[in-house]
Design a protein around this ligand. Structure first.
Ligand code: MRU
Length: 317
């Protein structure tokens, strides 16, 4: 498993990030000395994944407090860096009353702890010999350690329940083909990368027992925003009678947002898709709650109706 401090950490004069843009070819660190530099690193996806950008933002606030720079301005630039993952706003809200190094580090440690607990709950859903399909990267890189959906795969593997992982490539930035495949390789878990559009055929061939993904924001009714392509997978899973699981910490719940229609969806630079033609680069989509078999948090397995099963579930350390 990737050590949390290797993924991101706070030093006296910088937030240090493992550059996820160049993995797995190169292992390079980026040092951010101001909140502005860190916001750029979040925007350009040096660090990415909902819980990890929350932890990074917490570190950015702690760094700003220690240098005596403008905390309100740091909060503003970090909050604006990416719109969809609610963990970013959650972590910034948390840091308001106590912008210390210790508090930021505790937020990091707590996220990793939540991952381990939710992974244990999610692995309970696996039968022996499970062939799972996952999308994007919901591993340690995305959470600051252990991972949500990939954490569930690690735990299921350790329990001898997992046979194979199908890894969606995840166009256009290839978080699956580069990051999830790398994490699974490090854990010696059998896996195959597939192009995103191959999922339907592999399901039709009877080679997928469950789909498991992370989340960037879960509305009060269970509608879930995650990497673009997640919704298509949920439709496909539903068509083929395959369970579709979302694994995410309570810091990803946004109970103040009623449903998925109100979740802001990031649109990124069209040049990430093609430099030659006009393009529209939607980075996330919303999977309707009706297509989700279960949402797993560190508190356990939540099932429909989510407006009831998620009600009152807050972030727990
Ligand atoms: O654009 P990204 O790479 O930040 O998108 C990440 C995802 O969609 C993940 O699935 C999500 O953040 C969950 S991470 C545990």
């Amino acid at each position: 498993m990737l050590e949390p401090e290797r993924i991101l950490r706070l030093e006296e004069d910088a937030v240090v990030l493992l550059d996820q843009r160049v993995l797995p070819i190169e292992e390079v660190e980026v040092r951010c000395r101001t909140a502005g530099e860190l916001a750029d690193a979040i925007r350009t996806m040096v660090v990415r994944g909902a819980p990890a950008i929350g932890v990074a933002a917490a570190y950015g606030i702690a760094l700003t407090a220690s240098t005596g720079d403008d905390l309100a301005e740091a909060d503003r630039v970090l909050r604006a860096s990416r719109p969809t993952a609610v963990n970013l706003a959650w972590a910034l809200d948390e840091m308001r009353d106590d912008p210390s190094f210790e508090h930021a580090r505790r937020i990091h440690t707590d996220e990793v702890g939540r991952c381990r607990r939710m992974a244990a709950h999610a692995a309970d859903l696996f039968a022996p010999g499970t062939r799972a399909l996952t999308h994007c990267n919901a591993g340690g890189l995305a959470t600051g350690g252990y991972g949500s959906a990939v954490g569930a795969l690690l735990t299921a593997w350790q329990r001898g329940l997992l046979e194979h992982v199908w890894v969606d490539e995840t166009r256009p930035l290839l978080q699956g083909a580069r990051l999830t495949a790398w994490e699974l390789e490090e854990a010696s878990i059998p896996h195959s990368v597939i192009v995103d559009s191959a999922a339907a055929s592999i399901m039709a061939a009877g080679e997928v027992d469950c789909v498991i993904t992370g989340a960037d924001r879960i509305a009060a009714n269970g509608d879930t925003a995650n990497k673009i392509g997640t919704y298509s997978l949920a439709v496909l899973a539903n068509h083929h009678g395959i369970p579709f699981y979302v694994v995410a910490p309570t810091t990803t719940l946004d109970l103040s947002t009623r449903d998925g229609a109100a979740i802001p969806i990031e649109e990124r630079d069209p040049a990430e898709i093609t430099a030659r033609f006009p393009a529209r680069n939607l980075a996330f989509d919303v999977t309707p709650a009706a297509l989700i078999t279960a949402i797993v948090t560190e508190n356990g397995v939540h099932r429909a109706p989510y407006s009831q099963s998620l009600a009152g579930v807050g972030a727990t350390a």
